[in-house]
Design a protein around this ligand. Structure first.
Ligand SMILES: CC(C)(COP(=O)(O)OP(=O)(O)OC[C@H]1O[C@@H](n2cnc3c(N)ncnc32)[C@H](O)[C@@H]1OP(=O)(O)O)[C@@H](O)C(=O)NCCC(=O)NCCS
Length: 151
């Protein structure tokens, strides 16, 4: 039996761009998306700007970054509290099924709770069966569908 790997979740430092880049590329490839390089630069800068309401947590297996969660806070007309939107969640191919996705979601929920939010929510495509296996275990699917109009 292989030794279980130590899994740690913590914010990803600004000096860790080289570790984040391949995971971010993997996530964009998963979504068959290519972003202009400057968009990734702006995102990385904002993730580390204390004035911005957007944050990153990383999952580290034996000290190596193997997954990330990007999340942000916004106002709501339905509550006095912040809402937390988990925008991106990704675990590297070779590190899946080991609990990283689950601990990242739990860690975002804890950060949100500490920030005074009373809701964490996220979207996924209905065909994303792998992600939904996890999501159905940790949250409720209320049946909403998303409409989008580019402007
Ligand atoms: C979705 C994703 C983040 C899940 O990360 P992960 O680290 O593999 O998930 P975990 O190991 O924490 O899985 C948690 C649970 O889901 C189940 N699960 C996850 N993947 C599974 C699979 N392929 N087969 C069976 N069960 C699976 C596990 O059984 C586990 O349940 P348990 O803790 O009760 O045993 C990862 O698959 C991923 O990055 N996918 C590609 C990108 C993506 O879809 N991102 C989400 C976009 S909304």
């Amino acid at each position: 039996m292989p030794e279980p790997r130590e899994l740690v979740v913590r914010p990803v430092g600004e000096d860790e761009r080289a570790a984040w880049d391949p995971l971010w590329d993997g996530y964009l490839t998963f979504y068959k998306t290519v972003l202009p390089h400057n968009v990734s630069d702006v995102t990385w800068q904002r993730l580390h700007d204390p004035a911005e309401p957007i944050f990153i947590l990383g999952a580290y297996a034996d000290d190596k970054l193997t997954g990330f969660a990007h999340y942000l806070f916004h106002r709501s007309t339905w509550a006095p509290n912040w809402y937390c939107y988990l925008e991106d969640l990704f675990v590297a191919d070779g590190a899946r099924g080991l609990g990283a996705g689950r601990v990242l979601i739990e860690a975002v929920c804890e950060k949100a709770r500490l920030a005074g939010a009373n809701r964490v929510y996220w979207l996924t495509h209905e065909t994303n069966a792998q992600a939904r296996l996890l999501y159905d275990k940790v949250a409720d699917n209320l049946g909403f569908i998303q409409y989008r109009r580019m402007i």
